[in-house]
Design a binder for this molecule. Structure first.
Ligand code: SAM
Length: 159
């Protein structure tokens, strides 16, 4: 598969999963945490799907499109492992993490700390969506929507 095909599949999976979980998240109290603001496309999508919801976005540096920049109080810059730890207990209804690199060795390092961080950011019953695996005793794997190939994206509930 070409990288373009793979990119299109990833974007489609991301959109389908976010739409899928937003139906449930809309009924749940708690902010949304966006780990990896990047260009801000998924932030923009979540803002549309969950109007009025607080979305706190994290990245190393601001590189988002002007239309997709959170309010200053909801933008946190720096290394996510450190910055997001300061938000443990925020009781998020949704944590979306899009910080995979496509390099197995780098993503393996992320997998050593990201699942536990996400488990601590979420409220009980909250949903995690991630491009990298979330192996953690408090994160119960949920099936993705049928349009998403297995092991492409990971959806979990905080138990
Ligand atoms: N979902 C975004 C969108 O729709 O535009 C794209 C996110 S992009 C793939 C990943 C972003 O995560 C990059 O901007 C990168 O700087 C950030 N990132 C990755 N690992 C990070 C880390 N450990 N700490 C802070 N930012 C990180």
């Amino acid at each position: 598969m070409s990288r373009l095909d793979s990119f299109i599949r990833r974007m489609t999976a991301q959109r389908d999963i976010l739409d899928h979980v937003c139906t449930e998240v809309a009924k749940m109290e708690g902010p949304v945490v966006e780990l990896g603001l990047g260009n801000g496309r998924t932030f923009h999508h979540l803002r549309e799907r969950l109007p009025g919801r607080r979305i706190v976005a994290f990245d190393r540096a601001l590189a988002a499109h002007a239309s997709s920049i959170p309010e200053a109080e909801n933008l946190v810059l720096g290394e996510i492992r450190e910055t997001a730890s300061r938000f443990i207990g925020i009781d998020a209804a949704l944590v979306h993490a899009d910080i995979g690199t496509g390099y197995e060795d780098l993503d393996a390092v992320t997998s050593t700390w990201l699942p536990d961080l996400i488990a601590r950011l979420l409220r009980v019953g909250g949903i995690a969506v991630s491009g990298t695996p979330l192996d953690h005793p408090q994160l119960q794997r949920l099936p993705p929507p049928p349009s998403v190939p297995a092991d492409r994206y990971f959806v979990c509930r905080r138990v």
